[in-house]
Design a protein around this ligand. Structure first.
Ligand SMILES: *Cc1c(COP(=O)(O)O)cnc(C)c1O
Ligand SMILES: [Zn+2]
Length: 411
């Protein structure tokens, strides 16, 4: 388990720089509880950037993923999502990184593909996570693929449909308002692998976040081996902001040219602990006393400190958008063929507001990660449509209804 990797792969504490072999460490650095992250020796990776040209998909970049190179990953063929230009009237170029295309409809699949692969590799047979919906639904799918036993702690706000999906994948779901204590007990006392963040607020499992780096690698390539100016991402715990930021930094280490992008975290005005910390120039995210938003997937009451350091280091910001703005963005996306859930669309709401305020440069690429698809969230999808449906068999009524539409089009 502690075998040397030819890539010089190890775990490193973000507080004290202590290093550890790649192993099952879930509660941070033993010295100071600092978050651990995977670090690679760049030397053996020379020439990687050239080889990566045109590559898409999480495991296409496995030289920079923590699984040993000779071990088969647990994959449902995640990542490789399209980068789509969103036509707007404002300055700059707005791009959508459409993560709704992943196997379970959210970017979380990149996380669990790597995290579950590591769990299996490290010899675990039981895996668990805490979730507002998507995270657990995705883990249950990957646990099924890996033949690991799976228990998901679901937030009371998580949709019934996702709980059903979790069960369909063969996992068990516990719906609880207080979940952490039970998850941590399983991890400490019963040898379960946490595919989720443990306290004190770390970089989740150091492994899952590695999967998110591949979003950065793909964006860089899809822009023609160029860094974007800004990356705008809906954030809960913050792994989805920190992961791509780590990825862009690694691209630099591998020899990529251009300035690192500014990283913008997006939250709802009804649950904005990161934005509050950012405004106060704090280095810790407070706990929001009462999260209230339709964007449940970004409705966590607090976030990891990495989220803030990513914003500060990159020269980014924390943005907030209202639930009404989010619904408008869901409509905007639907009209270009993308059904997003509220959290997934919130980044688009933010980037369009930034553009309107003149914050996007004329020659700037702003990439917005649309994190989650809308079909798993039917109650929220219903909020974004004006009902245009006829349910009546009477031929005269039907004809009048279609005739009215036809005339409306002609007018
Ligand atoms: C989980 C989730 C997020 C936030 O990801 P974090 O890594 O927890 O910050 C954003 N959007 C959607 C759709 C999600 O499911
Ligand atoms: Zn340490």
């Amino acid at each position: 388990m502690t075998k040397q990797d030819p890539r010089g792969l190890h775990l490193e504490c973000q507080e004290c720089d202590a290093t550890y072999p790649i192993s099952a460490m879930f509660t941070g650095c033993p010295k100071d509880a600092g978050a651990l992250e995977v670090v690679y020796d760049p030397k053996p990776l020379e020439g990687t950037l050239e080889r990566w040209k045109g590559r898409l998909g999480t495991w296409a970049f496995r030289e920079l993923l923590p699984l040993p190179l000779d071990i088969e990953p647990v994959s449902l063929i995640e990542g490789g999502t399209p980068l789509i230009r969103l036509e707007t009237n404002g300055p700059g170029r707005i791009w959508i990184k459409d993560e709704t295309r992943n196997p379970t409809g959210a970017h979380k699949d990149r996380f669990h593909s790597v995290s579950v692969s590591m769990a299996k590799h490290l010899g675990f047979t039981k895996i668990s996570a805490s979730t507002t919906g998507n995270h657990g639904y995705s883990l249950a799918a990957y646990a099924a693929k890996a033949k690991l036993r799976c228990l998901i702690f679901c937030d009371v706000r998580s949709p019934e449909l996702l709980r059903q999906g979790i069960q369909a994948f063969g996992a068990r779901a516990a719906v609880l308002s207080h979940r952490r204590q039970h998850l941590e007990w399983l991890v400490r006392e019963r040898n379960w692998y946490p595919s989720t963040g443990m306290t004190p607020m770390p970089v989740s499992t150091p492994f899952g976040v590695e999967g998110y780096k591949t979003i950065a690698y793909e964006i860089y390539d899809q822009l023609g081996q160029r860094m974007p100016g800004r990356v705008v991402i809906p954030v809960a715990v913050g792994d989805i902001l920190y992961g791509p930021w780590k990825g862009f930094n690694e691209l630099k280490t591998l020899g990529a040219s251009g300035r690192l992008p500014r990283m913008h975290a997006v939250q709802s005005t009804g649950c904005d602990p990161i934005a509050q910390a950012y405004k106060a120039k704090a280095d810790k995210v407070p706990v929001h006393p009462d999260p209230k938003t339709i964007a449940i997937s970004i409705g966590d009451d607090t976030a990891a400190p990495n989220t803030l350091s990513t914003i500060y280091q990159s020269g980014g910001t924390a943005e907030t958008v209202s639930d009404n703005d989010i619904i408008a963005a869901m409509r905007t996306l639907a009209r270009v063929g993308i059904i997003a859930e509220p959290a997934g669309a919130s980044g688009v709401a933010a980037v369009l507001a930034m553009q309107k305020r003149g914050e996007i440069g004329n020659d700037e690429d702003a990439v917005c990660v649309v994190t989650g698809g809308g079909l798993k969230w039917p109650d929220h999808l219903a909020m974004a449509i004006e009902p245009h449906v006829l349910k009546d068999e009477d031929p005269i009524t039907v004809r009048a209804w279609i005739d009215a539409f036809d005339r409306e089009i002609a007018a």
